[in-house]
Write a protein that binds this ligand. Structure first.
Ligand code: ARG
Length: 427
């Protein structure tokens, strides 16, 4: 392993170095392209303050582009030859360019290098999360609109309560994902701060043009204090996992609904074959594994959040412990986005058993309608409630659509305000 900090005389104990490196070099594959992009910004910044000549700048930028292409098409493999992705960039540029390559690290540290690469990764993850939540909400709203008058029982405590509709169920889920998208976009703005140029956490004795590099890398603002830049490592990551967790709460709720509604006992929803698996021993089984793994994703993310938060019990400044924020972060982002990426197709694929849902609505479920009807005519509600309760044994069956058609309170089936929800999606 070549070590960037080797001063020419250190002997390397392979076992100790392997412990220190951990899975870092593998995880840096996820950050590598962001690291290269940030390195290009750093090179441009150094050229602006004449630390690099125009020729050196061009050579380094070309070298970084070449490395990016070679990494993407598999010609350059980031592996144990390097301590981490950051060292690999300098080693490769030095191999290709000699002296100019050795200049790339002027005024930066791996401490701000890992921060900026991770920050770009967080921004990309939040952007993707927001888009996936929006796509899921669109799919849910489309199906909600088509099924607004399709009756299904509304439950509280998992006990039959009042007639509801498939459309109300799906629009409710859509509104959750609309909020999740908004949270991801708000968090994007919060983390959109450039830590590059803070070096090891104390600044450097050259006038780095941090404002220029901030703009060059597409950040909205500079993260000013170098010590805070280090202290924000993990803090920002937690906030991103929280956004993913919010989306996974809604995924988990939906997955729970589906795992109930696809049982023989409910039989409200049918999942296409793609979403089910068989049993190795029970030939009759058709299991909703995908839905269950979607449900389980929240737990994985919450675990990652706790793991990451545990790392952060540290004093100010950089500590190597911070390397341990990477595994939970990357696990959470990959699992969370992986789950979200299945959602809109799953929504579109659901098949509804309209008869089963309709026949699960029993006459007693109109008792609330009856009480409210009487109250609307002027009977004090408590009296109307008792009167309706007394009538339950001989309530005549009604058509659920009649109940839905008069559910005019805003958000109800007769006034679902889907246009309002759609407008929130556009903004
Ligand atoms: N792999 C390290 C991390 O993730 C990179 C920074 C190393 N910095 C250092 N001073 N050893 O934190």
């Amino acid at each position: 392993m070549s070590l960037i900090w080797d001063k020419g005389k250190s002997t390397v104990n392979a076992r100790i170095q392997a412990f220190a490196a951990g899975e870092d070099v593998m995880l840096d594959r996820v950050l590598f392209v962001h690291d290269i992009v940030a390195s290009k910004g750093h090179v441009k910044g150094l050229a602006r303050i004449k630390i690099l000549s125009a020729t050196e700048e061009v050579a380094l930028l070309e070298g970084l582009d070449r490395l990016k292409t070679m990494f993407e098409n598999g010609e350059f493999v980031l592996d144990e030859r390097f301590e981490d992705g950051h060292s690999a960039i300098e080693a490769q540029l030095t191999e290709w360019l000699g002296e100019s390559g050795k200049k790339v690290h002027t005024g930066r540290s791996r401490n701000d290098q890992v921060l900026v690469a991770t920050r770009l990764y967080l921004k990309a993850a939040l952007d993707e999360l927001a888009s996936l939540c929006e796509a899921t909400a669109h799919a849910l709203l489309d199906r909600a609109e088509a099924e607004m008058w399709t009756p299904m029982p509304g439950y509280t405590h998992l006990q039959r309560a009042v007639p509801s509709s498939v459309g109300m169920w799906l629009a409710g889920l859509a509104e959750g994902f609309i909020d999740d998208a908004e949270l991801a976009r708000m968090t994007f703005q919060w983390v959109d701060q450039n830590p590059l140029g803070t070096a090891a956490g104390y600044g450097v004795n050259i006038p780095l043009d941090r404002a220029f590099v901030t703009e060059e890398l597409g950040f909205a603002r500079m993260q000013v204090n170098p010590i805070y830049a280090q202290n924000s490592r993990g803090k920002f990551e937690i906030q991103v996992i929280d956004c993913l967790c919010q989306a996974m709460l809604d995924v988990r709720r939906f997955a729970w609904d589906l795992s109930l509604y696809t049982t023989a006992e409910f039989d409200f929803v049918h999942l296409p074959d793609d979403y089910t698996t068989g049993s190795s021993i029970m030939p009759n089984k058709r299991n909703p594994d995908i839905v269950e793994l979607l449900r389980g994703t929240y737990g994985v993310l919450e675990g990652a959040r706790v793991e990451l938060a545990q790392v952060l019990s540290l004093p100010s400044g950089y500590h190597r412990d911070l390397q341990n924020t990477k595994p939970p972060l990357i696990r959470a982002v990959e699992k969370g986005l992986g789950a979200m990426a299945l959602m809109s197709d799953l929504v579109q694929a659901l098949e509804f058993n309209r008869e089963a849902m309709h026949s699960a609505i029993s006459p007693d479920m109109y008792a609330t309608d009856l009480a409210v009807e009487m109250a609307a005519r002027g009977v004090p509600f408590r009296e109307a409630y008792r009167e309706a309760a007394a009538q339950i044994p001989n309530l005549v069956d009604r058509a659920p659509q009649e109940s839905l058609k008069v559910r005019t309170s805003p958000g109800g089936a007769a006034n679902p305000m889907l246009d309002v929800l759609r407008a929130r999606l556009k903004s």
